[in-house]
Every structure is written in structure tokens, then in C-alpha cells.
Design a protein around this ligand. Structure first.
Ligand code: HEM
Length: 113
């Protein structure tokens, strides 16, 4: 890589903290309202505030932004953290319906999506 190469993180490319905020709010809004997401919504607590906070921090770090997740929660260990929930193909598909719609609504850059 030459010295003048500028590396832009995915975090910056999609619009930084403001974009992650909108993405995660829209994701859980969809989970909260779409009939096909009812079962996965029920796996979460009544108050979605705490998990919104965690997913925002996780995605920020995963996309190359500040390390907000691991400084608060350590290694993600996402497989282990999900083991206690009954996640089959239908749950997986419902999660993706929420995330795909949220990405379309909040991230303009199609290639980045
Ligand atoms: C396959 C479908 C999925 C379902 C049904 C699901 C469901 C859940 C549930 C029920 C929780 C616990 C919420 C709580 O503590 O109140 C959780 C936590 C979490 N999920 Fe998922 N999830 C899925 C996929 C994913 C994917 C693909 C990612 C990453 C992009 C992800 C990231 C997270 C994170 C970061 C947490 C919080 C972990 C922590 O406690 O530090 N999930 N998920």
C-alpha cells in the first residue's frame, strides 16, 4: 500500500454514529412491528432500549469505528450469547427481513449495504 492510500472504514463510509443510530433504531422498529418478526421480538425484553445500545456499539466496532462494544462487554462471543435462544431457520429469516429493510431505509450506498 502506498503512503497516500486513504483507507475509509465501513463505519465512516455509511455515515458514522448517526447512520448506525438510524440503522439500529429502524431494525428494532421493524422487529417490534412486523408480524413475521413476532417470535424473535418475543425473545427480547419488553424494553428494547438496552439491546439497541449494545447492537449500536457492536456494529460500530464491527464496521471499523471506535471500539465501543469490547470496552464495555469484552469479546463478542456471539455464538455463545445466542445459544440460550431457540433460533432456527424461521428466526434467522425474520432477523434478516428486519435488517435488510432497515439497511434499505437508512443506508443509501447500495454497495455498502
Ligand atoms: C439469527 C437471528 C438472530 C436472532 C433471533 C437474535 C436474537 C438475539 C437475542 C434474543 C438477543 C438477546 C437480547 C437481550 O439480551 O435482550 C441477542 C443479542 C445480540 N445479538 Fe442477536 N440474534 C440474531 C442474529 C444476530 C446477528 C446476525 C448479529 C450480528 C450482526 C447479532 C448481534 C447481537 C448482539 C451484538 C447481541 C448482544 C450481545 C451481548 O449481550 O453483548 N444477532 N440476539
Amino acid at each position: 500500500m502506498s503512503d497516500d492510500t486513504v483507507v475509509t472504514s465501513m463505519f465512516d463510509r455509511v455515515g458514522g454514529a448517526t447512520a448506525i443510530d438510524r440503522l439500529v433504531e429502524t431494525f428494532y422498529e421493524r422487529m417490534d412491528t412486523l408480524p413475521e418478526a413476532q417470535d424473535i421480538r418475543a425473545m427480547h425484553g419488553t424494553n428494547l432500549g438496552p439491546i439497541k445500545h449494545v447492537l449500536k456499539r457492536y456494529l460500530t466496532e464491527w464496521m471499523g469505528g471506535p471500539k465501543l462494544y469490547s470496552s464495555e462487554r469484552g469479546h463478542p462471543r456471539l455464538r455463545q450469547r445466542h445459544l440460550g435462544f431457540p433460533i432456527g431457520n424461521a428466526a434467522r429469516d425474520a432477523w434478516l427481513v428486519c435488517m435488510q429493510g432497515a439497511l434499505i431505509e437508512t443506508v443509501e450506498d447500495e454497495a455498502a449495504r
